[in-house]
Design a protein around this ligand. Sequence first.
Ligand SMILES: [Zn+2]
Ligand SMILES: [Zn+2]
Ligand SMILES: [Zn+2]
Length: 187
Amino acid sequence: MDACTPHAHHHQPSRRSFLLGAAAVTAGLAGAAALGGTASAQGLMAQQSNWRFCTKCYTMFYWGYPTDGVCPAGGAHAAQGFNFTLPYDVPETPTAQAKWRFCTKCFAMYYWGYPTDGRCPSGGAHSAQGFNFVLPHDVPETPTAQAKWRFCTKCFVMFYWGYPTNGRCAAGSAHSAQGYDFVLPHF
Ligand SMILES: [Zn+2]
Ligand SMILES: [Zn+2]
Ligand SMILES: [Zn+2]
């Protein structure tokens, strides 16, 4: 017999297996890391799905775990709308900013490029883990990429700035937008 195991079919280069692999890396499974590396070597963009808008605080958060983190509006985040698929570990460009990270405490996407790490609804600052996301900004909105995502200068998360109000910020009151207009890809 050959070395075929019940797991072998997971190595088929299907989109589903790749996305599952990407989620597994964030969960800390080292074996899945090579999958993302292979995708990069083949010129495919490494990307992770299951990023969602929270209807309570307007933050972009990771929805791929059994629980949904900590929301500054109380309880866990609550997903609504698009399933975003965000690129990581690719070169930064004039229209794509690196150093966006997952916070392991509250599950938010936040900017990790300053000496401090903002304000986390779990208490203290955010705590980065996993991929280095490189997020597109100041490009045209399309049917599969939503504009009006912004950096909050108070808590450092990525939040949706397209409503008359600006959600709930861990630093108090609503988020406060600054900088680029991010245009984030989704299914
Ligand atoms: Zn929330
Ligand atoms: Zn946090
Ligand atoms: Zn904020």
